[in-house]
Design a protein around this ligand. Structure first.
Ligand SMILES: Cc1cc2nc3c(=O)[nH]c(=O)nc-3n(C[C@H](O)[C@H](O)[C@H](O)COP(=O)(O)OP(=O)(O)OC[C@H]3O[C@@H](n4cnc5c(N)ncnc54)[C@H](O)[C@@H]3O)c2cc1C
Length: 438
């Protein structure tokens, strides 16, 4: 490996150009700092990625935003980006008594609302200020230890109710009611104003420019120096500054670094000066769900405007409507099933037909974030006991390093809003480090 370059003229190096890293870079540039943004991929955006399929703008990762999400909504306002709304289904197919059964939207809505109210009853006591999840830390211990399964076991639910609720919520936890903290879902419920409308309103609006278009506006505002195709292999904090090395052997030095890669990538980077215990423990697994794929499906057949939810463990968890095409419909699906062969047209069509037997697959596009080299997982999701043990420590600077990621945010962790929040905070911390002598 040859050392081709050695640049020393930066105040801060931001590693990773998703919403967290781009926010941190912009904020440091706005403070007049010299910033280098190093990104492993050949594009910006990380777990957001706007592209086209079947003649439509599509989002292969994070897509939906809402005005209840203050940080990302501010970005939309700042850059004058309007939102568009995805199609709302007229009926919902839900797993009932071992089969997929169709319900009028209003009937399903009423029953699901009752069910979610039961599951999340008492949430306001644990998260009275949902953007500050540790506000009642002293009362969170036992609650934060619960999985969704533990919570369901506390309730008197019918078998169908259990099938519905576990199908609905297990996807967010990465595929199983046993995985992920119930407290994370409860915090989202609190952030969504403690009701079903608020909870699900976060899956309907998206920026007209696409997420990538919004991100580009943030970058153009006050551009840092950007290097794409530059996977970072080592971040060395030597006390009076940092040296960042890329896979090709390039080395860059600066007074601080913002680590803005997904937590699932922390384990792939060498930190010769070591990481604090909390970071080292989380780095072993990361917080991103291990399998999280998003599919765009061009479907044909006798199909109306519907949404379908599978039972927990279904190869495709859910089908959302997106738009009508000349010869069918464009629908969005999520999969958290490691067994589904996403490269097989036949396997994907069979998985679709488990949710809606009349659907014929014409074509599809998929992004498998679990197998993606630079995310190695999907959206962030805390495990039980994480919030009350290591959460706060992960947000603290360590030496000349600060940490930014949607995975470790206080408010909408696991969301784009959380990435912006985390980027803002890390930039503030880095600025403070730059204002003190190393
Ligand atoms: C399928 C899916 C659907 C989602 N849907 C939504 C949604 O609708 N709404 C919502 O709010 N959120 C959603 N999310 C979550 C949201 O996308 C993420 O929380 C958010 O984008 C994370 O931003 P980030 O900047 O923290 O991380 P990332 O976007 O992952 O950015 C990190 C960057 O670091 C780079 N990187 C990694 N390793 C290295 C390295 N060694 N050197 C240099 N660079 C490196 C990566 O390439 C990446 O660009 C979804 C996520 C997925 C996967």
């Amino acid at each position: 490996m040859t050392v081709e370059n050695h640049r020393t003229d930066f105040d801060a190096i931001v590693v990773g150009a998703g919403f967290a890293g781009v926010t941190a870079a912009r904020e440091l540039r706005a403070r007049g700092r010299r910033v280098l943004l190093l990104e492993a991929r050949d594009r910006l955006g990380g777990r957001t990625w706007t592209d086209t399929f079947a003649g439509q703008q599509i989002e292969l990762g994070g897509a939906w935003v809402h005005w209840s999400q203050p940080h990302i909504w501010t970005e939309l306002t700042r850059y004058g980006v309007p939102v568009v709304e995805d199609a709302f289904p007229e009926r919902i197919v839900l797993p009932t008594e071992g089969e997929q059964r169709s319900y009028e939207l209003i009937d399903a809505y009423v029953r699901i609302t009752e069910l979610l109210n039961k599951v999340f009853e008492g949430t306001e006591l644990h998260f009275p200020r949902p953007h500050d999840p540790l506000h009642h830390a002293d009362q969170l211990g036992a609650f934060d230890a619960l999985s969704l399964q533990d919570r369901l076991d506390q309730l008197d639910l019918t078998p169908d109710e259990i099938t519905w609720i576990s199908g609905l919520l297990a996807t967010e936890l990465g595929g199983s009611t046993e995985r992920g903290a119930f407290s994370m879902l409860a915090q989202w419920w609190a952030l969504g104003m403690l009701n079903q409308r608020g909870y699900y309103s976060i899956v309907s609006l998206r920026p007209r420019t696409g997420m990538t278009g919004l991100l580009e506006k943030m970058v153009e505002d006050n551009p840092p120096e950007i290097r794409l195709d530059s996977p970072v292999t080592s971040i060395d904090d030597h006390g009076d500054g940092v040296t960042v090395t890329t896979r090709s052997g390039e080395r860059f030095t600066a007074r601080t670094a913002v680590v803005a890669v997904p937590t699932n990538m922390w384990r792939t980077i060498d930190f010769p000066a070591g990481l604090p215990n909390a970071h080292a423990a989380v780095a072993a697994t990361g917080l991103g769900v291990p399998h999280g794929s998003k599919l765009w499906l061009h479907l044909r057949g006798d199909l109306d405007n519907f949404m379908a939810q599978g039972p927990q463990g279904a190869p495709l968890s859910v089908l959302f409507p997106h738009s009508e095409l000349g010869d069918g419909r464009l629908m969005i699906a999520f999969s958290v099933d490691p067994e589904l062969d996403l490269g097989s047209f036949a396997a994907v069509e069979k998985a679709v037909q488990l949710l809606e037997p009349k659907a014929e697959l014409v074509d599809y596009r998929v992004q498998d974030w679990g197998r993606d080299e630079f995310s190695q997982g999907g959206w962030g999701n805390r495990p039980p006991r994480h919030l009350t043990t290591v959460h706060r420590e992960l947000q603290q600077p360590h030496g000349r390093l600060t940490f930014a990621s949607g995975d470790i945010a206080d408010g909408w962790a696991g969301c784009i809003d959380g990435a912006v929040e985390s980027g803002l905070k890390a930039a503030h911390q880095s600025a403070a480090l730059l204002n003190t002598r190393a």
